[in-house]
Design a protein around this ligand. Structure first.
Ligand SMILES: NC(=O)c1ccc[n+]([C@@H]2O[C@H](COP(=O)([O-])OP(=O)(O)OC[C@H]3O[C@@H](n4cnc5c(N)ncnc54)[C@H](OP(=O)(O)O)[C@@H]3O)[C@@H](O)[C@H]2O)c1
Length: 274
């Protein structure tokens, strides 16, 4: 596994994490494949996917329950667990209650990185970060971050938080260049904030133009275009990616990305595909 520093914390985290949206259901729980999913997650962790991304919103908490079952047999300190609080729980009391519920479902006494899932303009950021700071003080979370914050909002959040904001998790992949357009990527790289790219494979949806260009590069490496998409993301300073994979063959393919080193020229070519 390739490790990168989380923010400026000194903590090293896997550059490839594992997304869990859809594991155990989407908006509502689906219990039909629980055993299979627990096994896949256990296998993923054994393979080196020790950075796991989840959220209280996923399957209304059931995804966290599955993650909780899968992480049980591992040494907790070897894992980096990320969860997120939903935007209607950003008041101090609600956030602490959401956190308590996530910890119970995950069967752990701390979360490594806790994120505001989406901004909520109706709740002052100061209040949310006060709650986050309290959770850090109590040892319930190790680090604080945000998700779906654009550059302007991230700067505002930094000015209003007493605890460092070490990560912004945003939509970023070869097709979706939002963080490049609004300067978020540059800002994170300059300030030493981790940018976690979610939907790094754009859920498999690619334009013909991008697909054709990626295919040219992938052929050279005997790789798939999805592997090239991941290799491009993690080649960037401060960027980590969290592809979701519910199949062992996809986990294997994603791990192989770590052996793939794109040339400067190829990286620039993909940069210019925007
Ligand atoms: N913060 C937020 O608001 C937010 C929003 C969206 C997502 N996320 C997080 O980011 C994670 C990843 O994003 P995502 O799930 O939206 O999409 P994604 O990772 O871009 O795509 C997932 C899809 O790609 C497939 N896949 C995985 N590895 C592959 C490979 N090597 N080759 C071909 N296909 C492959 C998976 O199939 P199989 O499952 O069949 O293996 C799945 O259908 C989520 O699971 C979630 O944890 C966060």
């Amino acid at each position: 596994m390739l490790f990168k520093e989380l923010g400026k914390t000194g903590r090293q985290i896997p550059a490839l994490g594992l997304g869990t949206w859809g594991i155990g259901g989407f908006e509502t729980p689906d219990y039909s494949k629980d055993e299979e999913y627990v096994q896949i997650l256990e296998k993923a962790i054994e393979m080196g996917f020790t950075h796991i991304d989840t959220a209280e919103y996923y399957a209304a908490g059931h995804t966290e329950e599955i993650v909780g079952k899968a992480i049980k047999k591992f040494n907790r300190s070897d894992l980096f667990i990320v969860s997120k609080v939903w935007p209607n729980h950003l008041r101090e009391r609600e956030l602490l209650s959401s956190l308590e519920n996530s910890l119970r479902r995950l069967q752990t006494n701390y979360i490594d990185l806790y994120l505001i899932h989406w901004p909520n303009p109706d709740i002052p950021l100061e209040e949310t970060f006060t709650a986050m700071a309290r959770a850090v003080d109590e040892g319930l979370i190790k680090y604080v971050g945000v998700s779906n914050f654009d550059r302007k909002l991230l700067e505002e959040a930094i000015s209003k938080s007493k605890v460092p904001i070490v990560c912004d998790q945003v939509l970023y992949n070869v097709e979706e260049r939002g963080p490049e357009k609004d300067g978020l990527l540059n800002f994170c790289q300059k300030e030493g904030i981790t940018l976690t790219a979610y939907s790094p494979l754009n859920r498999g949806i690619l334009s013909m133009r991008v697909k054709n260009e990626l295919e040219k590069i992938s052929k050279k490496y005997g790789a798939t275009i999805f592997q090239i998409m991941l290799a491009w993301l993690i080649s960037k300073n401060k960027v980590v990616a969290i592809p979701k994979a519910g199949r062992i063959e996809h986990l294997r393919e994603n791990l192989k990305v770590l052996d793939l080193r794109l040339s400067e020229e190829e990286i620039r070519l993909i940069d210019d595909l925007k």
